[in-house]
Design a protein around this ligand. Structure first.
Ligand code: ZN
Length: 165
């Protein structure tokens, strides 16, 4: 729980979320819904978690869910594809998990993961530029190579009111 609150403060600070959305706030910790548990693989279904978060998100807002549980979703023919985060494009909620992140620089990696999924909810697709936060993970861990939003991602987010340098 400490991690969740720390992470959200970091997000608000780095992205200036309060400048973009004065109503941005840290919500109370909520229990993960049992119906999202996929017993066969001991994981939680990211799509179900996103729907759950969406049901608790007021119109016009976006909710970022943070969990330490392992999450997965169906990708193509793979029914249970392990992931670090998921966000629909566009969407009103997304989910990120620290379960598969390297424990070194965890806060920084969580931040990058959060802005990636938040970028999807804003409407952004993946970026082919390697150091871009919107790079597709493709099942690998390369958060350390990411340094910011680039090119079209940066321009698009600025057009949507994000305060980025
Ligand atoms: Zn993505």
């Amino acid at each position: 729980m400490q991690l969740v609150r720390l992470m959200l403060r970091l997000l608000m600070h780095k992205l200036g979320l309060r400048e973009v959305c004065p109503k941005a706030k840290i919500n109370p910790v909520i229990s993960i819904p049992k119906h999202a548990f996929f017993k066969l693989r001991n994981r939680y279904l990211a799509d179900t978690l996103i729907r759950f978060l969406k049901s608790k998100t007021p119109s016009g807002c976006v909710r970022i869910g943070l969990t330490n549980k392992d999450i997965s979703h169906t990708k193509g023919n793979i029914k249970d594809y392990e992931i670090m985060g998921l966000g629909y494009r566009p969407g009103s909620s997304c989910i990120i998990s620290n379960y598969r992140l390297d424990k070194i620089n965890l806060n920084e990696q969580l931040f990058k993961l959060a802005v990636h999924e938040r970028g999807h909810t804003q409407g952004l697709s993946h970026c082919s530029i390697k150091p871009c936060y919107m790079r597709d993970a493709e099942g690998k861990k390369h958060k350390d190579e990411e340094t910011g939003f680039y090119s079209k991602s940066m321009q698009y987010l600025k057009s949507q009111g994000w305060k980025l340098n």
